[in-house]
Design a protein around this ligand. Structure first.
Ligand code: 0A1
Ligand code: ZN
Length: 846
């Protein structure tokens, strides 16, 4: 039965917990969990506990056995009537669970022989009976018995003996932050002295043999700890911080108090096995999980509707961290690209929801781009509106006022109001309303006076037909016709549906550099000529706006080609100008050189009211790339050589920027040099960034047989590297071959599809190949659904997340829609379909 949960139904839990004590006797089958929970009454009501798949051996209150018939028929609730309860009591339970049967990777499970846990959002109920909701917080004392050599849980170690370890976490926490690890692990040890002079023991735990790839994770952790002290005044609060890498994990990583658990792909890195992108993500995600210690753990969420309270803020903080560690301009452009590709897409389709939703069936389906990335953008807007000082004051107040509490978005907004004196009533709509506002700009120019007329509109989204206007911070500057900046960045606050702003005393008509720094998550519609875009690309002082101008120029050219004919001369010319001084800022030049992807072209065509044709889009993009390569061959070749990074590999921003420009050039040159350079680079590169980049070019050029074999030969035993091998083939193969190729790969013995990383590599690789996934004969859809149907009974969470590949299905032509609908219909009709996937398919088909 599907039950919808509503924000409006939240009620306080009638008990608080003084302490939770857990004892584990670990075994792959028949792990024993004994719990003792000291409850104290706070308000009226029964004692309601959550459970899932537990074999309950005994239950007791203050030592007196409870009847097992108090457990509901579906085995998911245990209700002890208020009349049977004193004001303070100890509830005790003994249950048995089977970690080795747990393929869903929720609760306690086995990964490569290691016991580990994942409790967010509702995994703890798979471990024992508990009030599994984030507003019930308790200190934990945990005893682990096992013959595994390393036994870890949250908090500080009390005793670490042979076969048994005891951990105590003094900081009250909700059950979703509980963690346990038991395995044959080795540590990269280090330490950190906090700003008040406390020495903290740090360990990054990996499987024996992986130590030499864990150093970067440790460095990133130390940088994160230091940054949070310097930037937010946040100090770590335990004696030990443990971080563990596991191979089987549904998501990226998890911020369990004092014991972060990571997907191994976000920990392990060496020059030979990880790309620049991997290194950057490792640093960012290690920062993210570490920053949760304050934004998520010390201050947590009252209920799961408030998820963006911790996630939006923590993403915002990790973005700031990466900007400070690397290039702020490049980071901002990358973040905008991700937001558009994932969140705008979500907002424009059937899965649209506000950053703070008000209902859900399965909370695991709400770990979305909207909650995370848009949640972060909303904080960026708040910061822009209240300024640096206001932001700092508000955050200081947040940490002081709410430490140790489970909070709401209302609490968050209130600290900004109290710290800055601003009324944020209208601003709150960013949290409660779904959809991406479309900002339209038209201009009047007369006698040295420029008037900007803005209009904002947001299309209806599921359940929200009306969209009142929002507060939109519009950062802009003005660039004179000679390229000089005549107005530095100014922030306009738009609050009405239509609003005009005037700038006087201008000599000549300037070009508006709009939405600098991407000051609000909106789409823009404006009249601008290709010449004006080229002017911005050449002269804008704001790197984001400058990149955007070039990007729009390319996008317009591509759409023109994909829908009606030729175009792109201006972009080709502008690129010529850019290439001349590309070496001055290689990362930026690389961003400008990479053409908008097929998915983005399709999104833009649909947003402009057209029906995207995936084959025409592909053809248009290939042709424009070919033209650019031909027109600028000499310059591209020169840059390709100049961007070689001599000496030992260093995963810093500078080297990464050079390699990204080098690979952007290679992608273009491969189209005209018979893949000769790609071949040489593949054979000679000593780092994975260039190795993988060259391999992708070879696949696209259809000259990959030997390279793929050599790659598999060299890295066959490295799971993470082989994930790349599985991913790049369906992703880069030409659309006519990609599905067949994915099918062949799925037949291989090493397509270990129960491992989420391997499954995602192959299937998401195909889904990201736009023209292949949307193949006119429906084969991309059918293949994807076949595999989703296979995975659902094994791992509902990962299956459900991957359904979002279909969230754009209604924007295509009738034949494709029919194929997509048929495929989704098969999935929806599957017997025993999980609640997770069922919710996703229902919403997508609605
Ligand atoms: N809180 C983690 C992400 C996470 C969420 C859910 C999970 O299981 C359903 C696992 C991890 C983060 O933001 O990093
Ligand atoms: Zn997070």
């Amino acid at each position: 039965m599907t039950v919808t949960q509503y924000l409006a139904d939240w009620r306080p839990y009638p008990f608080e917990i003084a302490e939770t004590r857990l004892e584990f006797d670990l075994a792959p089958k028949g792990t024993r969990v004994r719990s003792q929970i000291d409850f104290r009454r706070k308000g009226p009501g029964d004692l309601v506990l959550d459970g899932a798949g537990l074999r309950t051996q005994s239950l007791a209150i203050d030592g007196k056995p409870l009847d097992l018939s108090l457990i509901s028929k579906d085995d998911e609730r245990l209700v002890v009537p208020a009349s049977a309860l004193p004001d303070s009591f100890t509830f005790a339970a003994e249950v048995e669970i089977d970690p080795e049967m747990n393929t869903a990777l929720e609760g306690l499970y086995l990964s490569g022989g290691m016991f580990c846990t994942q409790c967010e959002a509702e995994g703890f109920r798979h471990i024992t009976w508990y009030p599994d909701r984030p507003d019930v917080m308790a200190p934990f004392r945990v005893t682990i018995r096992s013959d595994k050599p390393v036994l870890l849980s949250n908090g500080n170690p009390v005793s670490r003996g042979q076969g048994e370890a005891v951990w105590h976490d003094p900081w009250p926490k909700p059950a979703y932050l509980f963690a346990l690890v038991a395995g044959d692990l080795v540590a990269i040890p280090d330490s950190f002295t906090t700003m008040s002079g406390r020495k903290v023991e740090l360990n990054v735990w990996v499987r024996p043999g992986d130590q030499d790839r864990a150093g970067y994770a440790m460095e990133s952790l130390i940088r994160s700890m230091k940054w949070d002290e310097e930037t937010y005044g946040r100090e770590y609060d335990l004696d030990v911080f443990n971080l563990v890498a596991v191979d089987d994990f549904n998501m990226g990583a998890m911020e369990n108090k004092g014991l972060n658990i990571f997907n191994s792909k976000l920990v392990l890195a060496s020059a030979e096995t990880a790309t620049d992108g991997d290194y950057e993500r490792i640093e960012g995600v290690i920062g993210h999980e570490y920053f949760h210690n304050w934004t998520g753990n010390r201050i947590t969420c009252r209920d799961w509707f408030q998820l963006c309270l911790k996630e939006g803020l923590t993403v915002f903080r990790d973005q700031q961290f990466t900007s400070d560690m690397r290039s702020a301009a490049v980071k901002r452009i990358h973040d905008v690209q991700t937001l558009r590709a994932r969140q705008f897409r979500e907002d424009a389709g059937p899965l649209a929801h506000p950053p703070r939703p008000d209902n859900y069936q399965e909370i695991n389906n709400f770990y979305t781009a909207t909650v995370y990335e848009k949640g972060a953008e909303v904080i960026g807007m708040l910061k822009r509106l209240v300024g640096e000082d206001g932001y700092r004051k508000a955050l200081d107040l947040y940490f002081i006022r709410h430490d140790g509490q489970a909070c709401t978005i209302e609490d968050w907004i209130k600290v900004f109001e109290d710290a800055t004196g601003r009324d944020l009533t209208q601003f709150k709509r960013w949290y409660t309303d779904a959809g991406t506002p479309r900002l339209t700009l038209s201009e009047d120019w007369q006698d040295g006076r420029l008037t900007l007329h803005f209009r904002q509109e947001t299309a209806p989204t599921p359940g929200q037909p009306q969209k009142p206007p929002r507060v939109i911070p519009i950062a802009l500057g003005l660039i004179g016709p000679n390229g000089d900046e005549v107005l530095p960045t100014t922030v306009l606050e738009m609050t009405e549906a239509s609003q005009s702003f005037t700038f006087d005393g201008l000599g000549a008509r300037p070009v508006v550099s709009l939405l600098r720094g991407f000051s609000a998550p909106v789409t823009v519609a404006r009249e601008i000529t290709a010449d004006e875009q080229a002017l911005l690309l050449a002269h804008d002082t704001d790197p984001y706006a400058r990149w955007q101008a070039g990007h729009d120029l390319a996008l317009d050219a591509l759409i023109f080609r994909a829908t009606s004919g030729t175009g792109g001369a201006e972009f080709g010319q502008a690129i010529g100008g850019l290439l001349t001084d590309a070496a001055a800022d290689p990362a930026f030049a690389a961003l400008c050189l990479s053409l908008p992807g097929e998915e983005e072209i399709a999104t833009t065509i649909a947003a402009r009211g057209g029906v995207p044709d995936p084959d025409a889009i592909r053809t248009a993009r290939e042709a424009l790339a070919q033209d650019i390569a031909t027109a600028h061959e000499a310059e591209l070749a020169r840059l390709y050589d100049a961007m070689e990074t001599p000496g030992p590999y260093r995963p810093d921003a500078e080297g990464a920027g050079r390699r990204s420009l080098r690979l952007a050039c290679l992608g273009l040159l491969t189209r005209i040099d018979g893949a000769a350079r790609a071949q040489v680079l593949f054979n000679s590169a000593s780092n994975m960034t260039e190795r993988q980049g060259a391999l992708e070019c070879l696949i696209a050029a259809g000259k990959d047989t030997e390279a793929l074999a050599a790659f598999a030969q060299e890295f066959g035993s490295n799971r993470l590297v082989m994930d790349k091998w599985f991913m790049v083939q369906p992703l880069r193969a030409t659309p006519d071959q990609a599905v067949a190729r994915a099918r062949d790969l799925a037949e291989r013995a090493d397509f270990d599809w129960k491992n989420p990383n391997r499954f995602r590599a192959l299937i998401s690789g195909l889904c990201a190949n736009h023209a292949a996934f949307h193949a006119a004969d429906g084969s991309g859809y059918a293949f994807t659904v076949d595999w989703l149907m296979r995975l659902d009974p094994v791992n509902p969470q990962t299956t459900a997340r991957m359904c979002s590949a279909f969230e754009t299905w209604t924007r295509y032509d009738a034949d494709r829609q029919a194929h997509a609908k048929a495929a989704l219909g098969r999935l929806a009709a599957m017997k025993g379909l999980s609640r997770n996937t069922s919710e996703m398919v229902t919403r997508i088909l609605a």
